[in-house]
Design a protein around this ligand. Structure first.
Ligand SMILES: Nc1ncnc2c1ncn2[C@@H]1O[C@H](COP(=O)(O)OP(=O)(O)O)[C@@H](O)[C@H]1O
Ligand SMILES: [Mg+2]
Length: 257
């Protein structure tokens, strides 16, 4: 751990971007350091899309414009499915505080039709996202999912380069970003290629675990730069009013990671 720093030399605490999910903000000392890029990792159905959307909704409610970049699901269908969640307010979409953009539409417009994207293709993609964020004045971005973009990048060093450019660009615009990472449930696995988690400023892992015969959802903050945080597992519940969290009182046997 870090040695104690004399008070005069203490760095200024970075402004926090509150996720709006109470338990999570408590663990993070108020939220994600503003301008940081975080991986939200987990297997299918663990709540990645729900969590990242709540992050955007809570931001939009506080007057921070939010952008959801959807790669795998068409956003009109996604919005339709979300109407069962009370926390999801369609008026935020209507007013333009919460903007949905389908990444396949960007690919089409830019003519990115190669199965494997080149470095130039990726630069164009970053520039387009930068343009959207600047034009709309966005402060929160979600990319759902990074994994599906990575399937079209394939080379580790190119993924690294793409992520670094995206991170620098969005951080310079004071934007806090969540990247969804889809992984098969296996202990220690956080991303498709393994390079993704090294580049980001933080990792939040969602998963399932077994407790007394029931499968329960859990959340764990694996890393968060600039934050001293708990690495314990928390039980989460995806309710109509949003995500609820509680400490995980171990009564059963652990599964996966
Ligand atoms: N519109 C909804 N209304 C109620 N529950 C939902 C809705 N959408 C998803 N859920 C619940 O949340 C779970 C996680 O969904 P989701 O966030 O899409 O997971 P992931 O993105 O990790 O695959 C679903 O399996 C379902 O139980
Ligand atoms: Mg999803």
């Amino acid at each position: 751990m870090d040695a104690p720093v004399p008070e005069t030399a203490a760095p200024p605490t970075r402004d926090r971007c509150a996720t709006g999910i109470q338990g999570l903000d408590d663990i993070l000392g108020g939220g994600i350091p503003r301008g940081n890029m975080i991986l939200v990792s987990g297997s299918v159905g663990t709540g990645k899309t729900t969590l990242t959307l709540e992050f955007l909704v809570r931001g939009a409610e506080r007057g921070e414009k939010s952008l959801f970049l959807s790669v795998t699901e068409a956003s009109d269908k996604l919005i339709q499915n979300l109407s069962t969640f009370e926390f999801f307010r369609t008026d935020l979409v209507t007013s333009g505080s919460l903007v949905f953009v389908d990444v396949p539409v960007i690919y089409d417009r830019l003519g990115l039709d190669r199965e494997e994207m080149t470095a130039e293709d990726l630069d164009l993609l970053v520039l387009t996202i930068q343009g959207l964020v600047t034009e709309l004045g966005v402060k929160r971005v979600v990319l759902d999912s990074l994994t599906s973009v990575c399937y079209r990048i394939r080379k580790e060093e190119r993924i690294r380069d793409f992520m670094l450019k995206l991170s620098q660009t969005l951080s310079a615009l004071d934007c806090t970003t969540l990247l969804v990472s889809e992984v098969a449930q296996s202990p220690g696995r956080l991303s498709l290629y393994g390079v993704e988690e090294a580049i980001v400023d933080g990792v939040i892992l969602l998963g399932n675990t077994r407790r007394q015969g029931d499968i329960i959802r859990v959340l764990q903050v694996i890393k968060m730069r600039g934050t001293s945080h708990s690495r314990a597992q928390y039980v989460i519940e995806l309710t109509p009013i949003g995500m609820l969290m509680a400490p995980h009182l171990k009564g059963g046997h652990q599964e996966g990671g």
